[in-house]
Design a binder for this molecule. Sequence first.
Ligand code: ZN
Length: 318
Amino acid sequence: MENKITGLHHVTALASDAQKNVDFYAGILGLRMVKKTINFDAPDVYHLYYGDETGAPGTIMTFFPYQGLVRGKKGKGQLTTTAFSIPANSLDYWMKRLQKFNIEYTKPQERFENETYIYFEDNDGLGVELVANNNDTRKGFTYGQIPLEHAVKGFYGVTLAEESHERTASLLTEQMNHNIISQKGNLYRLSPTGKPGDFVDIIADPEVARGLSGSGTVHHLAFGTPNDKVQLEVREIVMTKGIQVTPVLDRQYFHSIYFREPGGVLFEVATNDIGFAIDENPETLGEKLKLPAWQEPNRDSIEAGLTTIELNTEKFMD
Ligand code: ZN
């Protein structure tokens, strides 16, 4: 039977400076900006999407850059680290590249067998990892400033900081077709597929302080589901847990439902079958500001209220 939840879809986080956000994710990490649009709930704020060439589910990192937003605090009840997958032999390349752009990183560490990672933070303090591994068959994307053989392939997984693992793991295993695939001390790894790109690591630590929302923190974690029909089935199944779930919302590039998991992290379930080519040519994704049809009449005032951002790949060449 096909999984109702297919794996990770996207991670959405808060930032304080749109241009610095573009420079870090598209410039330094070399992700493709696959969509430049606005926060549908706050049209004076960008919604920037980064991913692989097409913005495939499991590669999509998105941001609401509220200019000047106060920093949050990472902690319990949050997704604290987003890990990206790189080829097994690419760690040296990336450490040199991060040095070049004055980004401090931790020394390489092993978490589970055959995966070595470094941790660093973006301009707002958001936790990011690059995980070198040899079992990711995806291809990655480059604008040309990073050789394709070292390019990021999409997510490796995410880490949730929780008081304890039981309730979150129970929701993921019983209602969202994940399995616990590894465990080491208070670290539990869950996945619906067992593949890089889909790992949800729960670190259970009651001593950690609760997180506070603000720039440098994650707003929500989205899982993928095949289509509208299966999404409604997931909605029913999650509600059997006594969890309140929003109605389906139209996010233009996917349809979404949202609910808070018992540990406090906002979860979304997004459909996989629409994607970013619905309103622009796949070759020129992310180049123009795209607005949902209902905001098109307000384009002039919306554009006037947004800061100009540019992707200068030349600046980020090796
Ligand atoms: Zn979302």
